[in-house]
Design a protein around this ligand. Structure first.
Ligand SMILES: [Zn+2]
Length: 248
């Protein structure tokens, strides 16, 4: 058999699937190859050469061999394990949800560096900067939706054009901001503080995404609006989100 080309690419494990015996199929998100399944032979053995690189949320430099539609892992050198998450169940559960969301948003085998960067930055905010999971969650969700093409229109009421609606609501189906009195009923209510946070997340500098504070009630409103918007746009639930909520 002809030697298969060797590829070196950095990537994060979004998910692991245990296969027969001692192998793992990893869903990797890498810079060059995008989201790909990778077979890591022997990764379930205690003395596996992959070590910690083959666990979810580990970011490593991978040496891969491609054969037909499959990538096989040759070697891995860990770059960042986000070890700050491993001792904090809420942060770890949120990290797994962020990975599942990223997996849902990323197409197969197409480079999406902005999604990979967004996930790495979000995990860093949780693991190293110790940002509260409750604040990271809506910021991560809303920004991910923007990157995936579902950016909400949040600069003014979509119907009357008023920049600062007195009783702002997010129409989660249309993906727009409006006054409570404009248009039909429904929508998720915001308040001035939660609207300011929404705009910071959608329009602000991505490097400062998690650099905001919010009181308990505005954060609750932002969280509810973000989740409703996510469900309306992606039309599916997430097992890792159910788990995150179950441990709060
Ligand atoms: Zn209006």
């Amino acid at each position: 058999m002809a030697a298969s080309p060797i590829i070196v690419d950095r990537g994060i494990v979004l998910r692991e699937t245990e296969t027969q015996e001692t192998d793992k199929v990893l869903t990797l998100l890498t810079w060059e190859l995008g989201k790909i399944p990778v077979l890591a032979r022997g990764a379930r053995r205690k003395q596996s050469k992959f070590g910690a690189a083959a666990q979810p949320l580990a970011y490593s430099e991978w040496t891969l061999h491609q054969r037909k539609d499959w990538h096989f892992a040759g070697d891995a050198s860990t770059q960042e394990l986000f070890s700050g998450l491993r001792g904090d169940l809420a942060a770890l559960a949120l990290g797994c949800y962020m990975a599942e969301l990223t997996e849902a948003a990323a197409p197969d085998a197409v480079p999406v560096p902005e999604l990979l960067r967004h996930l790495l930055n979000g995990l860093y905010a949780l693991s190293t900067l110790h940002k509260p999971p409750a604040l990271v969650k809506p910021a991560f969700e809303l920004r991910l939706l923007c990157l995936a093409g579902y950016e909400p229109l949040a600069d003014a009421c979509a119907l009357c054009g008023k920049e600062d609606p007195e009783e702002p609501v997010v129409d989660t189906v249309q993906g727009v901001l409006r006054c409570r009195g404009c248009g039909g009923g429904g929508g998720r209510p915001l308040c001035p503080d939660s609207l300011a946070a929404l705009r910071h997340i959608v329009y602000g500098d991505p490097k400062r995404l998690y650099a905001f504070r919010l009181g308990e009630e505005p954060l609750r409103r932002l969280t509810a609006a973000s989740e409703a918007f996510l469900y309306a746009q992606l039309e599916r639930g997430f097992g890792t989100l159910d788990f995150y909520k179950s441990i709060l």
